[in-house]
Design a protein around this ligand. Structure first.
Ligand SMILES: *Cc1c(COP(=O)(O)O)cnc(C)c1O
Length: 340
């Protein structure tokens, strides 16, 4: 596992006005050289997604529409930064493994950057996601086994073939991208919300949001951290179990869930994820298959067509005990058409 040792980030708010209306408006907080323009060769306009009221009867609950991204999921935040970095250091080929959306996103940005790409996936991943990866010219390596077997196969290939590992889980540059989720919410609300509902499989959005709000706090731009309310599917909830029993995490069996994007039985950054939730006084909520299906229908009724993994976020919100005055942000992470 890699983490970046970074100097303190300084955010110059006065200059934000001049910046593009994409997540690259926060490039000064990312580990690129001053005035680096490498991102311009990679960007497809990702980020700065709408933050809007979900329902006028609950004015303090906002949704961040992160499915309005080039490849239709929030993974573009991380993939754009990771691939820009790979391009900067002269990488010509990358390997990644994914349950779907991260692979799609890495494949798209690699292709745009002129970098060859192999994506390891489970046999049985949504056909639409596989088609999306292939469309970008990536070489799909389907593995018969669990999500963990897929990761192992990718890591073996990385070592044997000596190829850059563009992993959204292990590569720290990915989180430099997902942290823009926090910066955008802060800029759009002009403050930090009280709580963030965040789906957790490998925790790339949760940790990114945590790092982002921490940097804002360190710069005195917010006065308190939002609570991180993590959501897992009951059928695959290793972190919920560890959190509830206040014990160290142990992998669980994945009993199968329609929320395929968070079905991670052994998240590699479990310790960091649990620490972040504790540090913000947060909690973990689990949702049943029935609740996820119902939540997807309810969201569609409000105009938002999301994939089941994203419906789990809303199902988690509905079970989150809060006062009506609490300002809450729910991410709509993945578009409905990614699955039928
Ligand atoms: C990847 C993904 C998640 C889960 O993110 P993690 O980084 O694995 O915690 C949730 N929803 C969607 C739509 C995703 O693509």
């Amino acid at each position: 596992m890699l983490d970046l040792v970074k100097e303190k980030i300084t955010i110059d708010i006065s200059r934000l006005q001049e910046k593009p209306a994409t997540m690259w408006r926060y490039i000064d907080s990312m580990p690129f050289k001053n005035n680096s323009t490498i991102w311009q060769e990679v960007t497809m306009g990702e980020g700065y997604t709408p933050l809007i009221i979900l329902d006028h009867s609950e004015p303090n609950t906002l949704v961040k529409v992160d499915y309005m991204m080039p490849t239709l999921s929030f993974k573009d935040r991380g993939a754009a930064v990771l691939i820009a970095k790979a391009k900067e250091i002269g990488v010509t080929k990358v390997i990644a493994d994914s349950s779907g959306n991260a692979g799609t996103s890495i494949a798209a940005y690699a292709s745009r950057a002129g970098i060859a790409c192999d994506i390891f996936l489970r046999e049985g991943t949504s056909p639409k996601k596989i088609a999306q990866v292939k469309a970008h010219g990536a070489n799909v390596r389907a593995i018969n086994g669990t999500r963990e077997d897929v990761a192992k196969a990718a890591q073996k290939a990385v070592n044997e073939e000596k190829i850059f590992y563009a992993s959204h889980v292990y590569n720290p540059f990915f989180y430099e991208g997902t942290k823009t989720y926090a910066y955008e919410i802060w800029e759009q609300m002009k403050c930090a919300p009280d709580a963030l509902i965040i789906p957790v499989g490998n925790g790339t959005l949760l940790l990114g949001a945590y790092y982002g709000f921490k940097e804002l706090l360190e710069n005195g731009l917010i006065t308190k951290m939002p609570k991180l309310i993590a959501v897992q599917a009951e059928n695959c909830a290793p972190l919920a179990k560890a959190f509830m029993n206040n014990e160290t995490f142990e992998p669980v069996q994945n009993n199968g869930t329609i929320a395929e994007g968070i079905a991670i039985a052994a998240p590699a950054r479990s310790v960091q994820i649990l620490e972040a939730i504790h540090a913000t006084n947060g909690e973990i909520i689990t949702t049943t298959e029935e609740e996820i299906i119902q939540a997807r229908i309810t969201l569609a009724g409000k105009g938002f067509y999301v994939e089941p993994t994203t419906a789990a976020n809303y199902a988690g919100y509905l079970k989150y005990n809060h006062s009506p005055s609490e300002k809450i942000v729910i991410p709509l992470c993945g578009a409905g058409i990614k699955l039928s």
